[in-house]
Design a protein around this ligand. Structure first.
Ligand code: SAH
Ligand code: SF4
Length: 369
């Protein structure tokens, strides 16, 4: 597939022409090979049909049964009578000035979710940010998704199909997946893990190219350590001390910093994998030199990289601001002086509310209109 940067495209919002209906037939995407084999047996078909289907669904990213050209026509018809390819209906696609694309999908239960496709010129790679839940119960004070509250867990099919539908629509080979869209993946643990396994083994996305970001659900980090998965774990720490973290992340009262650090260290000990520490920069709240020094001290000797995320505005009423570039640089230098690798996340798609933490903004506006 072509990997030309999409940034030459003009910003557009394109409603997808297909009628938006609630899909009622079960979807085949989301099924593993065993499950597909059982479904084909129910239809009176031989096991090799399941293998052919598996290829079409996950490797060739087919979106219609009629495109599965090496399947006999009556079989394709039988499939179409009983199933849909994927569960998601694309409702809208927006393209940012920087080429980032935000997709709005409708689930079979009538909920809407967002996925974001980004192109990174320096590495010439595409990366997709996918959602794990509709809304989120964790209620981080700086996050637009948190404002929605929790609506629903996404199914294995809903999670997997975001990747497949966007790959087919964009015609790009997407080699990186970040689970940083709407929702807390660790609070939909079983479906998220099953979807990751499918994306890795069926859609052939390298497991080390899949990142799962969590607000720090300690028992689930402990469980993930035992899965034997080589994925990248990112933890939203956002403050090195309980007093600051309690103010911005209520989950800290349940899983405070010391317990979270114990879990992160155990995870590193068990898996041998480096963990990414995410740190949203909020002016006057967690961006002081004291915080930088305290963070460096907390992470001393722990095998982590640190990713600073300058706050993306979600609305004036929430009372947060992004620190100045100088403050961010000073904070970065202080932490780097302790020998850690520190990066600052580049903002993508903020003009279409696709940057970190902004997902759900437009959904709120539309539904409250
Ligand atoms: N629920 C998961 C993953 C989704 S959000 C988690 O919380 O880790 C991905 C990252 O964006 C998280 O580190 C999150 O804290 C951060 N984020 C949320 N709102 C933000 C905002 N308004 N500006 C910048 N980053 C934000
Ligand atoms: Fe949920 Fe993550 Fe947003 Fe917190 S930052 S409210 S955990 S989506």
């Amino acid at each position: 597939m072509s990997c030309a940067p999409p940034s030459s495209e003009t910003p557009i919002t394109s409603p997808v022409p297909a009628a938006v209906e609630t899909v009622t037939k079960p979807a085949l995407i989301g099924k593993n090979l065993e499950e597909l084999t059982a479904l084909m047996a129910d239809l009176g078909e031989k096991p090799f049909r399941a293998k052919q289907l598996f290829q079409w669904l996950y490797v060739k990213s087919a979106r219609k049964f009629e495109d599965m050209t090496d399947l006999a026509k009556p079989f394709r018809q039988k499939l179409a009578d009983n199933f849909t390819v994927g569960p998601l209906t694309m409702v809208e696609r927006q393209v940012s000035a920087d080429g980032t694309r935000k997709y709005l999908f409708k689930t079979p239960t009538g909920q809407t979710i967002e996925s974001v496709l980004m192109y990174f010129e320096d590495r010439d790679t595409y990366s997709i940010c996918i959602s794990s839940q509709v809304g989120c119960a964790v209620d981080c004070k700086f996050c637009a998704t948190g404002k929605l509250g929790f609506k629903q867990n996404l199914t294995v099919a809903d999670i997997t199909d975001q990747y497949l539908a966007v790959q087919a629509d964009a015609g790009k080979d997407i080699r990186n997946i970040v689970m940083m869209g709407q929702g807390e993946p660790m609070l939909n643990y079983d479906n998220v893990i099953a979807a990751i396994r499918l994306l890795n083994t069926a859609a052939e996305v390298g497991i080390r190219h899949i990142t799962l970001s969590t607000s720090g659900i300690v028992p689930k980090i402990d469980a993930l350590a035992k899965e034997g998965m080589q994925l990248v774990l990112a933890v939203s720490l956002h403050a090195p001390d309980d007093e600051t973290r309690n103010k911005i992340m209520p989950i800290n009262t349940k899983y405070p910093v010391a317990e979270l650090m114990r879990s992160i260290k155990d995870y590193i000990g068990t898996t041998g994998r480096r963990v990414t520490i995410e740190y949203v920069m909020l002016k006057g709240i967690n961006d002081s030199q004291w915080h930088a020094e305290k963070l460096a001290e907390l992470l001393r000797g722990v095998k982590v990289n640190i990713n600073l995320i300058p706050y993306n505005p979600i609305g004036d009423s929430y009372g947060f601001e992004r620190p100045s570039n100088n403050t961010i640089m000073r904070f970065m230098e202080t932490v780097m002086a302790s020998g850690k690798k520190v990066t600052v996340r580049v903002e993508r798609g903020s003009d279409i509310a696709a940057a970190c933490g902004q997902l759900a903004n437009q959904y709120i506006e539309k539904t409250s209109a």
